[in-house]
Ligand binder design. Structure first.
Ligand code: SAM
Length: 216
């Protein structure tokens, strides 16, 4: 079992509660909008956790569409299946590695709060772009340091938050804060290389960055 599996497995119930708080839920709507989905589309969420984005994705693809949630942690997927608005005939949950997704020919990929986890974020973004049909969109939502005026003290809090929310022991968590930011940057850069019609928006006081692009 990997560090990520045991960490997210242990915290799955609490994570599930926090993941759909009203403010957080509005971020998820914005992330789903960035995919420009149409009814009937197939969308995959990489590292879907407890499925908090799934209601937003279902709403956009409709009953003729398909939503696949892929995650490596069984406890997270089990939480997702307990919510009636996250399950249905058009929703599938797969347990597997998002860096080698077992899907192909989908219309869109969403990855929220996961790009900073992977040791090879560029490879993960490549794998995600490769499973999307030409013209489909890929969107990445992540926490980031804010450039907003007066954000400096809160950026220290941001660093602490990233450390606490990282898998691993205390020592590896300390290095995780800088590794997290580097990985998110690398993932965004690779998405920029792989896509056109790119969009970026920052919200949540600048602490959230949503990057999306269309695969060619
Ligand atoms: C911070 S949570 C984000 C969950 C969800 N995307 C959200 O927005 O609430 C990170 C998730 O990534 C999953 N994860 C970590 N490494 C993974 C991998 N290699 N493949 C698939 N999922 C992975 C964890 O199990 C966890 O559910």
């Amino acid at each position: 079992m990997t560090d990520a599996q045991s960490f997210y497995g242990r915290w799955a119930t609490l994570y599930d509660r926090l993941a759909s708080l009203p403010g957080v839920d509005s971020w998820r709507g914005r992330a789903a909008d960035a995919l420009a989905l149409s009814p009937g589309d197939a969308v995959v969420e990489m590292g879907c956790g407890s499925g908090a984005n799934v209601p937003h994705l279902r709403e956009r693809v409709g009953p003729t569409g398909r939503v696949v949630g892929l995650d490596v942690t069984g406890e997270m997927l089990a939480r997702a299946r307990t919510h009636s608005d996250r399950t249905g005939p058009e929703v599938d949950y797969l347990r597997g590695d998002a860096t080698r997704p077992p899907v192909d020919g989908v219309d869109a990929v969403l990855a929220t709060f996961v790009a900073g986890i992977f040791p090879d974020p560029a490879g993960a973004v490549d794998a995600w772009c490769d499973c999307v049909v030409p013209g489909g969109r890929v969107a990445l939502l992540n926490f980031q340091r804010s450039d907003a005026a007066l954000a400096a003290p809160l950026n220290v809090a941001f660093e602490g938050f990233v450390r606490l929310s990282a898998p691993g022991d205390r020592l590896s968590r300390a290095s995780h804060a800088s590794a997290f930011e580097r990985r998110v940057r690398v993932a965004r850069e690779r998405l920029t290389e792989r896509t056109v019609d790119r969009r970026y928006e920052a919200f949540g006081g600048g602490y959230l960055g949503l990057v999306s692009g269309r695969v060619v």
